[in-house]
Design a protein. Structure first.
Lengths: 210, 210, 210, 210
DNA sequence: CATGAATGAGCATTCATTCAT
DNA sequence: TATGAATGAATGCTCATTCAT
């Protein structure tokens, strides 16, 4: 995914030099620390030490400690949504797209456990999360799925007697449900098997039986 | 379960000089606080205030703040193991016992979400957990299951070509796996359905096909 | 005044041991520091260092830094109001009492410059001042004066065509007006002259002629 | 006064390469901020933001934050002294000049409360104030008065048995004394009445009774 | 057994100031 | 001349823990 995101989103080389190097060091330091500790027990002093920058630079680059976390999350999510959008191109049929959507989401959760832990466990308890930029990206991600479902309903692939939002919730919940234990207990995930399994259950419920 | 545990484990009035009342107040205060906050953001000052005792008494009764948590967990677990031991009496056959074991475990996770959250999410990250008394009780709990499995292997109910510990891990993992999302996302659990489902999968995999 | 206040308000020796010694050390440290610095540029670290106690003790004895200042002020004021109340006893006639009130107030401002500086310059800008305990004592102080004025109106010493609150404001404003420059520019005050002067102006304005 | 000061002190356009524009923006930003906050709680970041210039420019134009304040004060004072010098021209007699001096000084304090607050309250506590350029201008201001007094003594208008510096101190103290409460408590000033009152007291004390 | 007082280490955050470009 | 990035030293405040009684 990293390579792809370079292709899609990295700086065009001639434009802004943009991100100050310290900002990068800080986000990377946080990511590294999150591998072993939960966010609340990571201190700003620790972050700055690992980043090798002055502590005050955290506050010059981000609103506050939480703002830094949100920035890290947003970056992850943006990356993912961009890649997912790309991956869905050229796939025909809503059912096929949903399969891809599920497979990719599981892959994403599997690939970066740090991010997944935060996304599934930490961030929901944060005050102001649902007003954050991060959450807006999550909504965009969910929106991709809604569009596919609506397309499926329109072209007859998916039954019309369940609301798209109901179906969407089922799918997103199913993905999280499936990945969570592996993330918590640090198991590996069989991406193909899990996606197939989920789709099997899902499609036999939601596809229109002629 | 509460009534039963009284019968089994509470002080017989004539024996031990019993738990100092302050100790009880403190553990109960922590339990109450854990309902709404995670352990790290509960302060010792808060605990002592809710308990109505002096803050220093926490350290007279427990090694430290974490020791207090472990004590609370141990109490929970001891209670559970005692009840489970009791419940398993009079049941014939390893398969039936495993079914009971699974049902009761799910029931337990479902019944006390506070405890479950800690047990599944918080405690594992604590340094020294695996040397703690708490973990010893967890092992005792797992030991109950091992004994049943071995009994099943011996009497031919269970195939002998898988190690008992492998089977045990599968069962315990399956239980946690099934309960975790409900605990995290705060869903209700259909105890019977979940136990049946788990047993179904399990037994058709591990029972000896003649 | 100190001796008197001992007589009036100090502990009866047999009752509560009351104030922890650290609290005393802290308030005295603040008072000392206020002699040379304004409150905002005094740090809690400084206070604790001068007091010879741990910084955290400030927060165990007082709500916060500002709470500490208010406590110091309240103490001063309470002392003063108690003494003033005592001093006014046995004086006959509203005019005589007002003269005493003015003289004592000036004396008070003169005597403790630290307190006066805070009272006249710092405290008014503090958010929440007018809801503070400190301000309640100030109101009690003003209330003493109002009572005297009303007494004077009733017995014909003071004209009835000005509201008591108007008169009170005039008197209190006059006192502050007179003392302030001496406090700011650190001049000495001729207590008798200043009081006489103020009374002269005041009485020829507010006493009923003929 | 503003118009006049333009005439007197602003850049002659053809002479000096003039003040760098950033310097002007910075001093004006500080003046604006001083309207609502005291100097210590204004940050350099704030100043540079309001000024619309880079924070580091403050240090290119001034020694430090305090140096900036002194520069602002000096500017104010220079302006005032220039105007006062101008206003005193054409007035005959020391007594008349003193009256003008007093009236103008009160007017000045009244007109710009921000400046007055700083001048009367803040600046005196600053280490190094009495060595500052600002203080030199204050001395020049005081010098104007001394000259008048000496003139008055010489021509017999003023008694010779008080030292000029004693008289000067009395006058300057009187002015501050009179203005200060209005500035602190934010009252309006009746310029004429206050000047007349001050002169009345002053002249009947210091003029020679034949 | 119980307590009030005490404390060292640490917390997120801010600030005036400097430096490389 | 101007700037964005960087920084050391604080700041008010909190916490788990200890100790004398």
């Amino acid at each position: 995914m990293v390579k792809k995101s370079k292709l899609l989103s990295s700086e065009p080389a001639q434009a802004k030099p943009a991100v100050p190097p310290s900002r990068l060091k800080i986000t990377q330091a946080l990511k590294e620390l999150l591998r072993n500790k939960d966010f609340n027990s990571i201190t700003t002093a620790e972050i700055s030490r690992v980043a090798g920058v002055n502590e005050a630079l955290i506050y010059r680059n981000f609103i506050d400690k939480r703002g830094l976390l949100h920035a890290v999350l947003s970056e992850y999510l943006q990356d993912f949504v961009a890649n997912l959008t790309f991956d869905l191109k050229g796939i025909h049929g809503a059912i096929n797209k949903i399969r891809k959507f599920i497979w990719a989401s599981i892959h994403y959760y599997d690939e970066d456990r740090v991010f997944s832990k935060i996304q599934l466990l930490e961030v929901r308890n944060f005050p102001g999360y649902f007003e954050s930029e991060t959450y807006q990206i999550v909504r965009k991600y969910a929106g991709l799925l809604t569009a596919i479902i609506e397309e499926g309903i329109e072209n007859g692939e998916i039954r019309k007697d369940i609301t798209p939002s109901g179906i969407r919730q089922l799918i997103l919940g199913g993905i999280e449900h499936a990945c969570l234990p592996a993330i918590i207990f640090d198991h590996s995930i069989d991406n193909d098997a899990m996606a197939d399994n989920l789709c099997e259950i899902l499609f036999h419920g939601i596809t229109r039986k002629m």
